[in-house]
Design a protein around this ligand. Sequence first.
Ligand SMILES: N[C@@H](CCC(=O)N[C@@H](CS)C(=O)NCC(=O)O)C(=O)O
Length: 209
Amino acid sequence: MITLYTWSTPNGRKISIALEEMGLPYTVQSVDISADEQFDPSFLALNPNHKIPVLVDDDGTVVNESGAILLYLSEKTGQFTPERHDPEYWEMMRWLMWQMGGQGPMLGQAHHFLKFNPGKAPYAEERFGKEAQRLYGILNAHLEHRDFILKHLSVCEFAIWPWVSRFEFQRIDLNDFPAVRDWYLRLADRPGFQRGYAVPKDTGPIPRP
Ligand SMILES: N[C@@H](CCC(=O)N[C@@H](CS)C(=O)NCC(=O)O)C(=O)O
């Protein structure tokens, strides 16, 4: 059976939501990063980069990096990515890379400066606050006439949605981005997203604007 090493963070929830929506059985190994468990030698042997999530498949395959794990699971199940010949395949890849290289890292910095260290670095607060607004604007414009990022639910939702669920940390008013808000709330109503959000432990209800 698949083992997911994870914690209650956006990158961890990407994978538990994907596993729930794919209907794959898995066991959860909690790695408390607030207690530095990601530095345990047993975890470092799986990911020397000491970050969750990590997935270990039953044939021993180890995958880290959440974008790579999403693609691995999609290929394994044939779900939630367009076929390779479909023009949407590269649209999927573009949004996944946008998330991995932009939305995740930039919003992570916004959490660091705006939520956890306010007042210490005004320049960083301004820079990452503005970048958060810009990223939400890009996503909002894309979602204005669509129900999903691609034509259907895909790995793009699994990657992007958990970071939007931290909108309060980013000082984002979701009502300023109505297309993102509506997309976010529709997905928040899905049982798979709700179950995945509560892995590895229940931290309370999904935040709502
Ligand atoms: N690019 C990595 C980022 C993973 C990541 O930043 N994980 C954080 C939690 S969301 C972590 O494990 N941090 C612990 C550390 O940096 O020591 C991915 O997408 O998997």
